[in-house]
Design a protein. Structure first.
Lengths: 199, 130
């Protein structure tokens, strides 16, 4: 979907509850309030997250205020005024807020926290892996697999740090697919090591 | 199935994703990224759960313990693959201005986790009783 496109039309709303972001641009007073499922047109209604998988939804009401609900279960934020009222930032050039002006909805910060949360989950898994190795006597093979797990954890940490460093810039770009693939590869490898440690 | 193969290719070809459509507002991409990370966290939590089943239920029969643990680990692997596949599809849909893809995966995952949990309760209680 296109949020704030230069023609101000945006895209068709989807009523299925898939947790989309919608940003509103006010252009010459014309209301183009487009939100995802269940968004109240007359109020700053947030999107309900039905999948429990932590979808973020941004909904903007007619008056342009924004309430963001984070469905990941780690705390609800409500950031106000995330929409571009004057339409000068979001989407005119397709890039987003102008250089030097960070998103008032704190999206890069939220993404950074999401990376931190993910490394925390990875740490828990790695600690359990170490515990599994050491519990009841460590075999040589077990120690090797444990070392691999720790290496994978380190790799994940480096990936996260690299991405977080990039997010601190003024106009962060989308996640490169290779980085995403590397993170997933580390997770899958951790699962394989877990299977080796368990069986 | 062909679609899936194409998606897998896109996991490793960043330039190709940018070839089509228009670059969406970076905030949408960041939101998509956060969803991807949420799925990854789910996968890591399931992996941790697999470890936990193995370590914290020592009195279970070896077969049940390993079976449940492997089931959770498999769910973790599926979640992480789903994470990147969904991320790529959403990114492409945003570029093309299409609707975001729907999927049955969340429902299937919920059912699987519920089944594993119920089986665990039954097995543990049966082990206590017997």
């Amino acid at each position: 979907m296109n949020g704030p496109g230069p023609d101000g039309i945006g895209s068709g709303p989807d009523g299925a509850g898939s947790g989309r972001d919608g940003a509103e641009t006010g252009r010459d007073g014309a209301r183009t309030g487009r939100s995802g499922s269940g968004a109240g047109r007359d109020s700053a209604e947030a999107e309900r997250d039905g999948s429990g998988a932590g979808r973020d939804g941004t909904a903007t009401g007619r008056d342009g205020t924004t309430a963001e609900r984070d469905g990941s279960g780690t705390g609800r934020d409500s950031a106000g005024a995330g929409a571009e009222r004057d339409g000068s930032g979001a989407g005119r050039d397709g890039v987003g807020v102008g250089a030097g002006r960070r998103d008032p909805g704190l999206q890069p910060e939220r993404t950074r926290l999401a990376w931190r949360r993910t490394t925390l989950s990875g740490t828990v898994a790695a600690v359990l892996a170490v515990r599994a190795t050491l519990h009841g006597g460590a075999t040589a093979g077990g120690l090797v697999v444990c070392a691999v797990c720790c290496l994978l954890w380190l790799c994940f940490l480096l990936i996260a740090q690299f991405r977080i460093r990039h997010l601190d810039r003024a106009a962060p770009r989308a996640l490169p697919p290779r980085l995403a693939a590397a993170a997933v590869a580390a997770t899958v490898a951790l699962a394989v090591c877990a299977a080796a440690l368990i069986a | 199935m062909i679609d899936f193969v194409r998606n897998v290719r896109l996991w490793f070809a960043p330039e190709e994703v940018r070839e089509e459509g228009r670059t969406p507002d970076y905030r949408f991409s960041l939101a998509n990224e956060r969803t991807f990370l949420a799925w990854l966290r789910t996968a890591l939590a399931l992996i941790g759960g697999g470890f936990a089943v193995d370590q914290f239920l020592p009195h279970l029969r070896w077969a049940w313990r390993v079976g449940l643990a492997l089931a959770l680990l498999a769910a973790g692997v599926l979640c992480s693959l789903r994470a990147i596949n969904h991320w790529v599809r959403c990114e492409r849909a945003m570029r093309r201005g299409e609707d975001l893809p729907t999927s049955r995966f969340p429902a299937l995952l919920s059912v699987l986790v519920a089944v594993v949990a119920v089986v665990m309760v039954v097995v543990v209680l049966a082990g206590r009783a017997g």
